[in-house]
Design a protein around this ligand. Structure first.
Ligand code: ZN
Length: 472
């Protein structure tokens, strides 16, 4: 007889809020006595979910930038989360945690090289936290094209989760995962989440007041409406911050839902990797490229105006500027490292070891050098490597999500961009932004007089003042 399975995936993530000039998070408006938003959301969501043991009940991914912040400020909670995952791993031989590209970038908008670096870094971060390789990877905003899926596959990732409207066939039976054929003739397994259940959990607080009621009035009617006779997996996916931050006390709902309410009705609690352990995926389907879970216009939200932010004309010039800046920094990186480092891009892929504290930047550079470097050469490579880091970080998707330019997320992006440009100037004497800053003059706020070029030049000035103070 066909069995019913149910699981919840939580995508836990915070953008990097550290000021690249100080390494610290400045006090943020609206965060109250917590000082900044990450701390506030930690107290309302990450901590209580860890305390209720939810990381051994749900499928989840934790963005590496959030893990890095938590490791610094609340290491005991990082331990608690990895201990909970370990219990699942020991019990089933399969992890309930998925990996994520290191920075929350829109993968279809990234170059092939950036896709690879972000996947490499994300996998390294995962292995550091959990002690084994990931099988699944969550894509930021579930934004996807075949090249992104292929890049995952080339890094031995077996599956991901997408929104149902990212399937080409709108009538697809999404109670089972599918194989998606990739351009390299390999495959990626895709789980499509149930949009009704996910939407109700995310946006209808009355659905999540009581776990038993949720099972009776939301989950079971969805199952009863099915006509398929194979084992079915109903998967709901949402931001993890929903449980406790966006909706108060929902960590308790989640805990009881996955630890009693579901199973007492005979529905089996499951998660994607465990489903794959017990089922063969035979069906194939096709996906709609350049789509996501949070923009109904594909991936326009992160590069242009769309129905989600129809007046946001600043997005295109900002995206164009950052692409041009990234290209300029990449050329400098290649040209200057060419005689000193065996493979600069491989060095960049391994820079995550410095971020994770498993090596020093000097040691890493020496391992990749093709000769004994002088202190001056080593310093040049270090500055350019740090510039590459900042320029990867500046593509975090948060900057483009909202309506206006004059918001902390976008200003942080311009700060990272200015910091990257400043590092290149410090290393080589030439600023890679010279000649392209005008693009940013077309990006203006609707709520203040701010334009992108003014913000960027201000941050560049900060960088120069900081160098002066340090006597460089
Ligand atoms: Zn949109």
């Amino acid at each position: 007889m066909a069995k019913n399975h149910f699981g919840i995936h939580g995508h836990f993530y915070q953008p990097p809020r550290e000021d690249p000039f100080s390494g610290e998070i400045p006090n943020e408006y609206g965060a109250g006595s917590y000082g900044n938003w990450t701390e506030r959301i930690f107290q309302e969501c990450y901590l209580p979910n860890a305390q209720t043991g939810n990381f051994q009940k749900m499928s989840f991914n934790i963005g590496p930038t959030l893990f890095a912040w938590m490791e610094k400020h609340h290491p005991e909670t990082v331990r608690a989360i990895s201990d909970q995952e370990k219990l699942v791993y020991q019990r089933t031989g399969i992890s309930n945690a998925m990996a994520q590209p290191y920075y929350h970038i829109i993968m279809p908008l990234a170059s092939e090289r950036d896709k690879r670096t972000m996947i490499c870094w994300g996998i390294k971060d995962y292995v550091t936290r959990f002690g084994h390789e990931p099988k699944g990877m969550w894509l930021p905003e579930t934004a996807m094209d075949l090249a992104s899926l292929q890049a995952l596959q080339e890094h031995d990732i077996e599956f991901t989760i997408l929104a149902p409207w990212q399937a080409k066939d709108p009538k697809l039976d999404i109670t089972q995962p599918y194989r998606v054929q990739l351009p390299n003739q390999q495959e990626m397994i895709v789980f499509f989440y149930n949009s009704f259940l996910s939407g109700e959990i995310s946006f209808n607080p009355s659905a999540t007041e009581n776990a038993d009621t949720f099972v009776q009035n939301w989950l079971i009617p969805q199952i009863n409406a099915l006509s398929v006779d194979h084992n079915r997996f109903m998967l709901a996916a949402s931001d993890g911050e929903l449980y406790g931050h966006h909706q108060l006390f929902r960590e308790r709902f989640l805990s009881y839902l996955l630890d009693g309410a579901v199973e007492k009705t005979g529905i089996q609690h499951d998660y994607p990797a465990l489903w794959l352990r017990d089922h063969v995926v035979e069906q194939s389907t096709e996906v709609l490229e350049n789509t996501s879970w949070s923009c109904h216009h594909g991936i326009e939200r992160w590069r242009n105006v769309c129905g989600d932010a129809p007046s946001a004309t600043w997005k295109k010039p900002v995206r164009d500027f950052l692409n041009a800046l990234a290209d300029a920094i990449d050329s400098v990186f290649e040209n200057h490292l060419h005689n000193l480092i065996r493979d600069g891009w491989k060095l960049r892929d391994e820079y995550v070891d410095v971020l994770l504290g498993s090596t020093s930047v000097e040691e890493l550079i020496d391992q990749h050098a093709n000769q004994q470097l002088t202190p001056g050469q080593r310093s040049l490579v270090r500055l350019l490597l740090e510039a590459e880091h900042d320029r990867l970080c500046m593509f975090s998707s948060d900057a483009w999500f909202f309506f206006d330019l004059d918001r902390i997320e976008l200003l942080n992006t311009l700060k990272y961009a200015a910091h990257a440009a400043g590092l290149v100037e410090q290393a080589t004497g030439t600023n890679p932004a010279t000649g392209i800053i005008d693009i940013l003059a077309q990006a203006h706020s609707e709520v203040s007089s701010l334009t992108g070029d003014i913000a960027f030049l201000g941050y560049l000035k900060n960088f120069e003042m900081k160098l002066d103070q340090e006597g460089c």
